[in-house]
Design a protein around this ligand. Structure first.
Ligand SMILES: Cc1cc2nc3c(=O)[nH]c(=O)nc-3n(C[C@H](O)[C@H](O)[C@H](O)COP(=O)(O)OP(=O)(O)OC[C@H]3O[C@@H](n4cnc5c(N)ncnc54)[C@H](O)[C@@H]3O)c2cc1C
Length: 347
């Protein structure tokens, strides 16, 4: 396998942002699809468990992984087509997501700037249709390539094939664990060639406030990127300092009637209307109302300013974090009758 190494009993602690100290039975880093194909066709790993790993920023390991962990290190960014002010850019799944966004901003390619500062890899971004500050990956998604881990064959997916939803796609649903996404393409706008003024997405309250007067005129990609990164830095714990995986739970979506009934009993309950008459409720508000904000349970805890973020205060096991998540879910269900769903993949 051209120098690719399969390591036994590898610690995964440096490979997950929660900093959970588990090991993988086997661990390999793949740099191209040839290496990946050779690996998945290797008899030693054909029947066992497999896990695709990007930056480990949306995972909670609860036990040692008794199989093969494949770390995606497939790199490369290139323009694949250009017409007028439209440009399609393709990035290897192992590229850092934020480095890719920065590359696009530097080249004056617009569309991903609101998704600045999200940790992890390009290949994992479609898995949960990453989103932030009024934008989602699906808004600029062109297509992706993925290798079927059972056959080693490459398949192409359109947006429709991916069935994107709120923090969701087929790769979290029916095809979970089946593919390794090797490359993702995005449809972006060339600002230097844009015939009409580009519409920046600045409706999101915090972003509008951070941009101030610039939101009305004279915006640049760099200004939006800096504002988004600034907001994120101020409110989210840095995993290098305090282990975490960002939002632990999804924001629940309720039928409007249910939301109205709940709001009568729980004054000030925030809700954001969605298409189809549903109302999205911030899970962080529900968790805070149940008294969990800033609380610790063993070595795990709830972040002191972001109730949606569970943290590892040092040496926590995945089981401790999971127990904390269960306790929170029980309280939220008991108080509001709402079942929280984890956003993080539990392994
Ligand atoms: C501080 C912080 C802030 C965050 N903020 C946001 C945010 O604003 N918005 C948001 O949406 N998310 C956010 N996240 C979550 C996370 O960054 C994203 O979900 C990210 O896309 C995960 O990328 P990763 O490479 O780390 O994936 P991993 O954690 O390595 O993997 C996540 C899942 O995807 C699968 N996977 C990974 N790579 C591939 C691949 N190439 N092919 C197929 N499957 C794959 C894994 O098997 C796993 O099931 C945040 C996380 C942190 C720590």
């Amino acid at each position: 396998m051209r120098g690719m190494e399969v390591v036994s009993r590898k610690s995964l602690q440096p490979f997950n942002t929660f900093g959970i100290g588990v090991t993988a039975k086997y661990f390999a880093e793949v740099r191209d699809t040839e290496e990946l194909r050779a690996l998945v066709r290797d008899k030693r790993f054909c029947d066992g468990k497999r896990l695709v790993l990007g930056g480990g920023s949306n995972l909670l390991f609860t036990e040692d992984f008794d199989g093969l962990v494949v770390k995606n290190a497939i790199r490369g960014i290139r323009v694949t087509s250009e017409a007028g002010d439209r440009v399609v850019v393709r990035a290897g799944g192992g590229e850092s997501w934020d480095a890719f966004v920065s590359w696009c901003t530097d080249h004056d390619y617009a569309g991903l700037e609101n998704l600045s500062g999200i940790p992890g890899s390009v290949g994992a971004a479609p898995v949960q249709n990453i989103g932030a500050y009024g934008a989602e990956l699906k808004d600029t998604f062109e297509g992706l390539e993925a290798v079927d881990l059972a056959s080693g064959e490459t398949e192409r997916f359109s947006a429709r094939d991916c069935a994107f939803g709120y923090r969701d796609s087929v790769f979290k649903g029916k095809d979970a664990g089946r593919f390794l996404i090797t490359a993702v393409s995005f449809r972006l706008t060339r600002l230097d060639a844009a015939a009409q003024a580009y519409r920046f997405q600045t409706e999101y309250g915090e972003l509008r406030a951070a941009l101030g007067d610039r939101a009305a005129s004279g915006l640049t990609l760099q200004a939006v990127r800096e504002a988004v990164c600034g907001i994120r830095k101020a409110k989210l714990p840095d995993p290098a300092v305090l282990g975490n995986a960002g939002s632990f739970f999804k924001n629940p979506s309720l039928p409007a009637g249910v939301f109205e009934r709940l709001q009568k009993h729980h004054a000030g309950m925030p809700g954001y209307p969605e298409a189809g008459g549903a109302v999205k409720v911030p899970a962080g508000w529900l968790i805070e109302k149940c008294g969990w904000k800033g609380r610790r349970q063993g070595r795990a805890g709830v972040h002191e300013t972001q109730a949606l973020v569970l943290v590892n205060h040092g040496g926590a096991t995945g089981k401790e974090v999971l127990d904390l998540a269960h306790a929170i879910r029980r309280d939220v269900a008991g108080t509001f009758g709402i079942e929280l769903t984890p956003e993080v993949t539990i392994v």
